[in-house]
Design a binder for this molecule. Structure first.
Ligand SMILES: NC(=O)C1=CN([C@@H]2O[C@H](COP(=O)(O)OP(=O)(O)OC[C@H]3O[C@@H](n4cnc5c(N)ncnc54)[C@H](OP(=O)(O)O)[C@@H]3O)[C@@H](O)[C@H]2O)C=CC1
Ligand SMILES: O=C1O[C@H](COP(=O)(O)O)[C@@H](O)[C@H](O)[C@H]1O
Length: 510
């Protein structure tokens, strides 16, 4: 097994693709001067270039309003790139493949200049394949996409447009955006990124469920008591409260990341691994869910922790000067969805997400019912629980009962454990954006969100969002660094999720 621990953004074993030799691939980053571009997109492009995973003829074209030289651009993102000793020359070659054009998002002339520059570079090749990556605030989506379509759509190869969330603010605005995009592009040309779909263990859900005989027969209301999907972050809004306040935790995490995990865990087996077949099943299960309700939800907002170690921890959500005074935007939410189909009727699916909590964690817990016809009553047997920990320290473990060694029929809780750092020692997992970028270039949409998925998730959450916003429902206070409001545990208990607190992992967590 190769060990690449010395540089942990070098993933192991990514397949080398056979790219079109006679084509020029242009990756055009709109909003190249922005935060996402410098923190994420350029560093990921560098890592893929460094590891020879991109087509040989790839050119990176930044576009933004700021007047920047290539050197300014480089300085903006270099600190976020991992450049090991001996890789300086390669980094220099990466920078040489970069171009930057300053232009506004509402000027045909500027987009025409961008197009001329792309044409000029493509002239020496047979085909020009173009990826337009919109790393832009949502209010410029409409004009920018219009100009891309009218002025920059290549004629000799394929064109793909990549969008980051937010895809609208509610059902109506999402539909409006969809209508606009559909008037310009085909669905095959649109790549809606949800970076959770690029995470290794999220991708593994399909394999686990459908490549193993043992899970599928047990994956239903005869055997499953409840399911909980959790996202926790130990950081607050860190000065970006103004942005967060317009969205809140449901739009930021639950409607997208947690619902994508939900779909992969709850959907029926797709007829094939074709992107359309998988996405058809996701939509099918979403259509069987009634809108989320306030009665089945708990909302929280964090307070500063006076004993916190950092300034962030000491600051409550409302202390952030960028957050409007008296805001009731939730930074924590727990809610329950029910799926009205033959497989899942009666099983509560609990979705929880929060900022400023006690740890960083994203996981799914599937709690199984106790066996029927119990021949060991009164022995304290606990429910089996399958945990898939998406991050950190990726792991799949099944908490289960075993006979205590050398006892008569004494039993205790133990686990079948597949912790990635042990099972795949030394293997570096690719970062979500690395995998997703390669999928865009390959033209594979499995790990991207289709418009009807979006429509369904907005249908589920829009009535609740509008209600809490119109009625200014006050979230419950919780302290920075806690597990969130206590009422959330009550919601779990009322929805058949049993926490015993008796399970003990032997030794430090890997
Ligand atoms: N390979 C490895 O390294 C493995 C490590 N382990 C470790 O073993 C430890 C225990 O395992 P775990 O599966 O977490 O089991 P536990 O039963 O101890 O905890 C399950 C989860 O229940 C939640 N919880 C805590 N209090 C309450 C409450 N009052 N009501 C409802 N829920 C509550 C907590 O999450 P929350 O705060 O999110 O609600 C907790 O993480 C973990 O640290 C885990 O990392 C386990 C298996 C493999
Ligand atoms: O989309 C978002 O995700 C991040 C968390 O991503 P992760 O990969 O670090 O789990 C979150 O911090 C941010 O608020 C949200 O917009």
């Amino acid at each position: 097994m190769p060990s690449v621990k010395e540089n942990d953004d070098k993933p192991d074993g990514l397949p080398k693709d056979e790219w079109q030799e006679d084509a020029l691939y242009s990756i055009i980053i709109l909003g190249a001067s922005g935060d996402l571009a410098k923190k994420k997109i350029y560093p990921v492009l560098w890592s893929l270039f460094r590891d020879d995973l991109l087509p040989k003829n790839t050119s990176f074209v930044g576009y933004a309003r700021s007047k920047l030289s290539i050197d300014d651009l480089r300085k903006s993102f270099q600190a976020n790139c991992k450049i090991m000793k001996g890789e300086e020359e390669k980094f220099f070659a990466f920078i040489k493949n970069n171009l930057y054009i300053s232009g506004s998002y509402d000027s045909s002339e500027d987009f025409k200049r961008l197009n001329e520059s792309l044409n000029e570079r493509e002239a020496k090749t047979n085909a020009g394949n173009r990826v337009f990556y919109l790393s832009l605030p949502p209010f410029v989506f409409d004009t920018a996409t219009q100009h891309i379509r009218e002025n920059c759509w290549g004629k000799t190869g394929w064109n793909r447009i990549v969008l980051e969330k937010p895809f609208g603010h509610d059902l109506e605005s999402s539909r409006k955006l969809a209508t606009h995009l559909n008037s310009l592009f085909t669905e095959e040309e649109i790549y809606r990124i949800d970076h959770y779909l690029g995470k290794e263990l999220v991708q593994n859900l399909i394999t686990l469920r459908f490549a193993n005989r043992i899970f599928n027969p047990a994956w239903n209301n005869h055997n499953v008591a409840s399911v909980m999907i959790t996202f926790k972050e130990p950081i607050g809004t860190q000065g970006r409260g103004g942005y967060f306040d317009e969205y809140g935790i449901i739009r930021d995490i639950i409607q997208n990341h947690l619902m994508q995990i939900f779909c992969l865990a709850a959907m029926e087996k797709p007829v094939s691994l074709n992107a359309e077949d998988i996405r058809d099943e996701k939509v099918r299960v979403l259509r069987r869910i009634a809108p989320a309700t306030i009665e089945n939800s708990v909302f929280g907002q964090y307070l500063g922790n006076p004993t916190g170690k950092t300034e962030d921890e000491k600051m409550g959500y409302l202390d952030d000067p960028t957050v409007p005074k008296g805001s009731v935007t939730p930074t924590f939410a727990a809610l329950v969805l029910k799926i009205d189909n033959e497989r899942w009727e009666g099983v509560p699916w609990i979705l929880r997400a929060g900022k400023a909590l006690n740890e960083r964690k994203a996981e799914i817990r599937v709690q199984f019912k106790k066996p029927d016809g119990d021949i060991m009553p009164g022995t304290g047997a606990k429910r089996d629980e399958l945990v898939i920990r998406f991050q950190p320290n990726e792991a799949i473990y099944l908490k289960m009962m075993t006979k205590t060694p050398n006892s008569h029929f004494g039993m205790e809780e133990t686990e079948l454990d597949m912790t990635y750092s042990k099972r795949y020692e030394g293997v570096v997992l690719a970062e979500a954006y690395q995998l997703l970028f390669l999928e865009i270039l390959r033209g594979r949409q499995i790990h991207f969100v289709r418009n009807d998925e979006l429509e369904e998730t907005w249908r589920i959450f829009t009535p609740l969002l509008h209600q809490i916003e119109n009625e200014k429902v006050k979230p419950i206070d919780y302290e920075f660094g806690s597990r969130g409001p206590r009422d959330a545990d009550r919601l779990l208990a009322e929805n058949n999720f049993i926490y015993t607190g008796t399970y003990k992992w032997p030794g430090p967590s890997k």
